[in-house]
Design a protein around this ligand. Structure first.
Ligand SMILES: Nc1ncnc2c1ncn2[C@@H]1O[C@H](COP(=O)(O)OP(=O)(O)OP(=O)(O)O)[C@@H](O)[C@H]1O
Ligand SMILES: [Mg+2]
Length: 509
């Protein structure tokens, strides 16, 4: 039976036809995925089907009855919940308070101005829900103390309080680790077993094919295909998504590494970074592998001056340097594409153009701060083209771009700076397969141009295929630095060092 059906949905934004005459249906008892490149219209469609946005035209049916959603609360009351691409929790409230934020439960039968909140009930119910999704923390804990995966569980509980028929999840796994993802997929199966259908969005196609009963493919705002479980095939999905062939890992753009550009010796910070030492050379991609909490991001934050190191030294081209703040790092030719692009990467209220050229201002401006508009625009347009950033113009406000296109904008901003040392922290998180391949090529090309690249990635194929050498970290220490040029490193080898069971040269950790 069709729980939800949409016909001929259209949504325009200025200069963008985001959803173009799309039909969509969610059946009872199914997990259906929507896949498509960045900007294909997935999130917009979900927002329409969950009452966040109103369509320009089209019809929506719930249980075969035509209806519409006046607001997210209206959709929620009709049995449709959603977990958006960006989590929407209040950091300073507890898990229980967040779970019941929209639907507080009061004491007594009727809600009046003087009603008191039934906190005991809400806490107890929250604890039950958290238990149901296998989250073993107290409902009284403040959300800001939780990890991303735990916050996601709070979101799921919040989605569950009205006993929904459908839960939409927009890229719920994009910032989860492999283990956390496995757990979330289990929760999704559990929800299905309890009679809740799930609509799932992810750029990780292995997850999508693993979990879905049906896959709907979108391209340029249109629904371009549908596959049932027995028809699943990676190449078919990608071809429908992209409309052309994709070359996954670039070959033949390796160069011989040159002189050492960056060296760090015995970096220390709290108990997160313990005596970290390594060198990186011109023309080299140095990959960083490890589990979450291994200290990879923390190490980069010290090199970039976001956190202040408590010990150790940094050398650039053999000269000891003093990096106290990010500006010192950028002046020394270091660029960082951070893991959390929303917090550290983009000014959402500014245009794509301003975001891209912002860190390069001293280079572009003629005298002091007099900017050269034409030069600026040429640079940002060049990057929009190179990274295929989907936007009507470089003067679009960054906030209006799709999630993946915002990420590409952050990449562009650092690529525009001419930094000699580039640090990428999870460079392809949330990025579609085709663009991912473009970014991989670009990383190799940057190295070939003589830059030194430090790349943190939790995707082992990415580390293995792009790195000249691989640093493996475990609990703040380097457990191995592996040469990936003369002999290809294996996943097993990395996992072994990443688990801390062994240190290089045979030393037990
Ligand atoms: N509020 C808005 N104003 C203007 N344009 C918008 C707005 N929201 C989305 N768009 C545009 O609509 C198109 C579809 O965006 P949408 O967020 O639905 O893509 P998506 O498929 O979810 O992509 P991603 O995989 O990157 O999350 C994009 O070109 C985007 O820039
Ligand atoms: Mg999206």
């Amino acid at each position: 039976m069709e729980l939800l059906k949409a016909k001929g949905i259209v949504k325009n934004f200025p200069g963008v036809l985001a959803v173009d005459n799309v039909d969509f249906e969610v059946n009872e008892n199914e997990i259906v995925s929507i896949v498509g490149e960045n900007g294909a219209g997935k999130s917009t469609l979900i927002k329409i089907l969950t009452g966040v946005l109103q369509p320009d035209s089209g019809q929506i049916f719930v249980n075969n009855k035509e209806t519409g959603f006046r607001s997210p609360v209206d959709a929620f009351e009709k049995g449709i919940s959603v977990i958006h691409q960006e989590l929407n929790l209040c950091d300073n409230l507890t898990a229980a308070e967040n779970i019941f934020l929209t639907f507080e439960v009061v004491k007594g039968k009727k809600r009046t101005l003087s009603s008191r909140l039934n906190e005991d009930y809400m806490r107890k119910k929250s604890a039950e829900l958290l238990d149901l999704v296998g989250a073993h923390f107290s409902p009284n804990v403040l959300v800001r103390e939780l990890t991303t995966a735990q916050k996601q569980m709070v979101e799921i509980c919040k989605a569950l309080i009205k006993e929904p028929k459908i839960i939409f999840m927009d890229e719920p796994t994009s910032s989860l680790t492999i283990e956390e993802t496995r757990k979330l997929l289990e929760v999704i199966h559990m929800l299905k077993a309890r009679g809740i259908s799930v609509v799932f969005v992810s750029h990780r196609l292995d997850e999508v094919t693993q979990i879905s009963d049906r896959i709907i493919i979108m391209r340029d705002g249109k629904r371009v295909g549908e596959l049932k479980r027995e028809e699943f095939d990676m190449d078919t999905i990608i071809k429908l998504m992209v409309g052309r062939e994709v070359e996954f890992f670039p070959r033949g753009i390796e160069v011989l590494p040159g002189e050492t550009i960056l060296e760090v010796r015995n970096l220390r910070w709290k108990n997160k970074v313990k005596d970290v030492s390594f060198q990186v050379r011109k023309g080299e991609v140095l990959g960083f592998a490890g589990l979450v909490g291994a200290g990879r991001t923390e190490t980069m934050l010290l090199i970039f001056g976001i956190n202040k190191k408590e010990g150790g030294e940094i050398f650039i081209k053999g000269n000891k340097v003093n990096i106290e703040k990010p500006l010192d790092a950028t002046r020394l030719g270091i660029g960082l594409v951070p893991e959390d692009r929303k917090l550290q990467g983009l000014v959402l209220r500014m245009t794509v153009n301003d975001n891209v050229v912002l860190p390069s201002l001293p280079v572009i401006s003629n005298h002091g701060w007099v900017l050269n508009d034409r030069k600026e625009r040429a640079i940002s347009e060049d990057f929009v083209r190179k990274l295929s950033i989907k936007t009507p113009s470089v003067y679009q406000i960054a906030e209006n771009l799709s999630g993946g296109n915002q990420q590409k904008t952050v990449l562009a901003k650092w690529l525009a700076t001419n930094a000699e040392i580039l640090i990428f922290d999870e460079p392809t998180r949330g990025i579609d397969v085709a663009t991912k391949a473009e970014i991989h090529r670009m990383i190799r090309e940057l190295a070939a141009q003589g830059k030194a690249v430090l790349m943190i990635s939790s995707e082992l194929p990415e580390v293995l295929n792009l790195s000249d050498r691989i640093v493996v970290m475990w609990e703040g220490e380097i457990t191995a630095i592996l040469d990936n040029r003369s002999k290809k490193v294996t996943q097993e080898e990395i996992m072994y060092y990443a688990s801390g069971r062994l240190k290089q040269n045979g030393g037990q950790a």
